[in-house]
Design a protein around this ligand. Structure first.
Ligand code: 3PG
Length: 306
């Protein structure tokens, strides 16, 4: 079988080598399309692929249409809003992700962002310490849990809101379950977003929540830009000169944010939450193993389009 690794943002070399070794061991071939700049390159490369490994690369109905032999696509990562699951299902293509494999890298970036913003983005001036501050985790999944543990180790107290996680689970981790999302925003100096982009969450973080944050409040986004209501973010930042926003996924209106709010906002130049060798190796190799097992035994663990 031919496995195509199509990554506009490439994996670390060791991850690609590992994918090739796993594939070769099972008699599969690997083709690599990295740093492609045009959709047409992906459409051409995928034409004869039996399996596809991607990161945030968009696997649209057009890509599925061009992939005449495709049987499985694996998003090496957690969020799968880049996969057109309906198009996959319509063709009987199995779609999977590799949950948890890059979570630690994202959680470490969230902690780095907290310190960076607390210390005036490493420019002169009096900052503040994070020990003793309160952080609210919005969605207590793989990444949220790791952020909570790391924040606790740095002396922060942690609250979490997740309607899909039992309160007992949070309490076991010494995390305070938030009585409501609003109450969490009201109580926390930092809010860290770990929600996926879904029809329910898109545009859901806006003025009403942000304006509840205490003085000096900072919103961290290592999730997806789509969950932010950008006009309302601007309104909240305009009204409150103490609020801050730091994101790993530049807003559509990032230039305006930078111009209007200067040091109170920061966006990484390119999404880098999962940009560690370890995360690439964990997620890339997991994707390769999942594909190899699918071809060998038909295993569909982690299938998204059931
Ligand atoms: C994920 O959903 O796994 C992260 O956002 C990482 O995305 P990336 O593979 O594009 O870095």
């Amino acid at each position: 079988m031919k496995i195509l690794v199509a990554t506009e943002k490439p994996f670390a070399a060791a991850a690609v080598d590992g994918i090739k070794d796993i594939a070769a061991d099972k008699g599969h071939n690997v083709a690599v399309l990295e740093r492609y700049t045009d959709k047409s390159q992906l459409l051409e490369a995928v034409a004869d692929a039996d399996a596809l490994i991607v990161r945030s690369d968009k696997v649209t109905a057009e890509v599925i249409g061009a992939a005449k032999k495709l049987k499985i696509v694996v998003r090496a990562g957690a969020g799968y809003d880049n996969l057109d699951l309906a198009a996959c299902s319509a063709r009987g293509i199995v779609a999977m992700n590799t949950p948890g494999q890059n979570s630690n890298a994202v959680a470490e970036l969230a902690i780095a962002m907290i310190i960076y913003m607390s210390r005036n983005r490493f420019t002169p001036g009096t900052g503040c310490e994070i020990s003793g501050k309160r952080i609210g985790i919005q969605a207590y999944g793989n990444v949220g849990r790791l952020v909570a543990r790391k924040a606790q180790a740095l002396g922060m107290s942690v609250m979490a809101f997740d309607p899909f996680v039992a309160e007992e689970k949070m309490k076991e981790d010494n995390v305070c379950p938030a009585p409501s999302l609003e109450k969490m925003y009201e109580a926390c100096d930092f809010i860290s977003l770990h929600i996926p982009a879904t029809p329910e969450t898109i545009g859901s973080i806006g003025y009403d929540l942000l304006s509840k944050m205490p003085k000096g409040g900072c919103l961290l986004n290592t999730a997806r830009k789509e969950v932010i209501n950008e006009p309302e973010l601007i309104k909240a930042l305009e009204e409150r000169s103490d609020l801050k926003y730091v994101t790993d996924i530049a807003a559509t209106c990032q230039a305006e944010l930078d111009e209007k709010f200067g040091k109170r906002v920061f966006a990484t130049p390119k999404k880098m939450g999962a940009e560690t060798a370890e995360a690439n190796i964990n997620a890339g190799l997991a994707a390769a193993y999942q594909i190899a097992e699918f071809f060998e035994t038909g295993c569909t663990r982690f299938q998204l389009n059931k």
